[in-house]
Design a protein around this ligand. Structure first.
Ligand code: ATP
Ligand code: MG
Length: 243
């Protein structure tokens, strides 16, 4: 039992959760390493949502609301940490949800699909085809899902696939605590925040944004600004670290 007054309570709970899902075959060992990199950057950003990230989250909601064919792409870490939150975001945004894995196997896809469905997600199914311009297994996706989406929310995306999706002309929204990653720099919109803090903010914004506000946000954001805000915040915190 982790005591709720422990200063790292949320982080320790997430660790316990992701370790449990790794034991169950939903999260890979590589996924554990990716989570650790996320934790390190979360420490640097202060384990909280910055003003700038909140604006990026409202912008993500706007992009999903204005999209004609929005899709949320879910991997093992996302399912393990945030299946319930994905269900709520799907309800308010009307986005399709598709399971897409770097370390792809039918068994993992089935396990992750079952976990999402238990949480109330409607999961896109069908025969995945090699449709993205990539050599590894992340090239597989559903023709009526990610392949034909105009906007894709890909929490915890990897850099190669992010740029492949961009090459196909899609608007790509990523959630990535590392503002220096290729993913963060390649995405159309980067949310530099922790996954389980970011998703409820996007869901909430989907419920309150007017059509005019959404259209304004879609046309006025500057992703470089979101990245430079995150780096500036990290620099500020480092400069004050020993005060
Ligand atoms: P890139 O290819 O984009 O340069 P990478 O492939 O090296 O990056 P990965 O190892 O695939 O990055 O890890 C995925 C990213 O997800 C990491 O940058 C990490 O900071 C981030 N990340 C991991 N867990 C979370 C989380 N819970 N919330 C937000 N971001 C996370
Ligand atoms: Mg990568």
């Amino acid at each position: 039992m982790i005591p709720p007054d422990h200063p790292r309570y949320r982080s320790l709970l997430a660790r316990e959760r992701i370790a449990r899902y790794a034991a169950g075959g939903i999260v890979t060992l590589e996924g554990l390493a990716a989570h650790g990199r996320g934790e390190a950057f979360d420490y640097l950003i202060g384990e909280r949502t910055t003003e700038s990230a909140l604006l990026a989250e409202r912008t993500a909601a706007a992009l999903l609301l204005c999209a004609e064919r929005p899709v949320i792409s879910v991997n093992g870490n996302t399912a393990a940490l945030a299946a319930d939150q994905v269900a709520r975001l799907q309800q308010v945004s009307g986005a399709r949800v598709e399971v897409n894995l770097f370390h792809r196997s039918e068994e993992r896809i089935q396990k992750i699909t079952a976990l999402l469905e238990d949480a109330g997600v409607t999961v896109g199914k069908g025969r995945a085809e090699r449709l993205l311009p990539l050599s590894h297994d992340r090239a597989f996706c559903l023709r009526e899902g990610i392949y034909s989406a105009d906007t894709v929310l890909v929490p915890l995306e990897d850099g190669d696939r992010c740029s492949a999706l961009r090459t196909m002309g899609k608007t790509v929204i990523v959630i990535d605590l590392n503002p220096l990653s290729r993913t963060a720099r390649t995405a159309s919109l980067t949310i530099v925040d922790e996954l389980t803090r970011a998703l409820p903010h996007i869901t909430e914004a989907c419920g309150v944004l007017s059509r005019e506000e959404a259209l304004y946000l879609c046309s006025s954001y500057d992703n470089r600004k979101f990245l430079s805000d995150a780096l500036a915040e990290i620099q500020r915190r480092l400069a004050r670290a020993l005060d």
